[in-house]
Ligand binder design. Structure first.
Ligand code: 4IP
Ligand code: ZN
Length: 145
């Protein structure tokens, strides 16, 4: 598969289990025509892959708009909704964020996409945009792919 974009970003743990920790990790992301992969860079050793999301599983890619303080060094968040999980990724600047969001939208535009999404974060057991308390509650804004 052809590589479309790569670079260092920060991701929040997806909290797949109720007991999962909430943490932020710097990862090297690679987007190719099939997957979005992220790995841990280790000096002098080969990168260790930590995650791989099949592009065909992605239902929404969008910027996150929030007034919340961002608890990591990169301050420009976007979201990837896939397999009923929310992956929050943080870019170092707005241009970088836009490149990722545009490229991901382009590669997923023929998927079976969500019609609505949540523009703000899921935190503390609710959506900051619409106050709904179900993580998988239907989005509150129209998604423009
Ligand atoms: C891990 O925390 C890392 O943040 C993982 O990210 C993350 O997996 C795990 O979330 C979380 O429990 P510890 O390193 O403290 O164990 P990474 O894989 O980038 O290291 P995700 O799914 O976000 O990749 P859960 O919910 O998958 O357990
Ligand atoms: Zn919402």
């Amino acid at each position: 598969p052809r590589v479309i974009l790569k670079g260092t970003l920060i991701k929040k743990s997806q909290q797949k289990k109720r007991t999962s920790p909430c943490n932020y990790k710097e990862r090297f992301f690679v987007l190719d025509t099939q997957d979005l992969k992220y790995s841990e860079r280790r000096p002098g050793r080969k990168p260790m892959q930590k995650g791989c999301i099949e592009l065909s599983r992605i239902k929404c890619v969008e910027i996150v708009c929030s007034d919340l303080p961002i608890p990591c060094d990169y301050k420009y968040p976007f979201q990837v909704f896939h397999n009923n999980y929310y992956l929050y990724i943080f870019a170092p600047d707005n241009d970088c964020r836009l490149r990722w969001v545009r490229a991901l939208k382009e590669e997923t535009k023929s998927n079976d996409l969500a019609t609505k999404y949540h523009p703000n974060f899921w935190t503390d057991g609710k959506w900051r945009c619409c106050q709904q308390t179900g993580k998988l509650a239907t989005g509150c804004h129209l998604y423009d792919p």
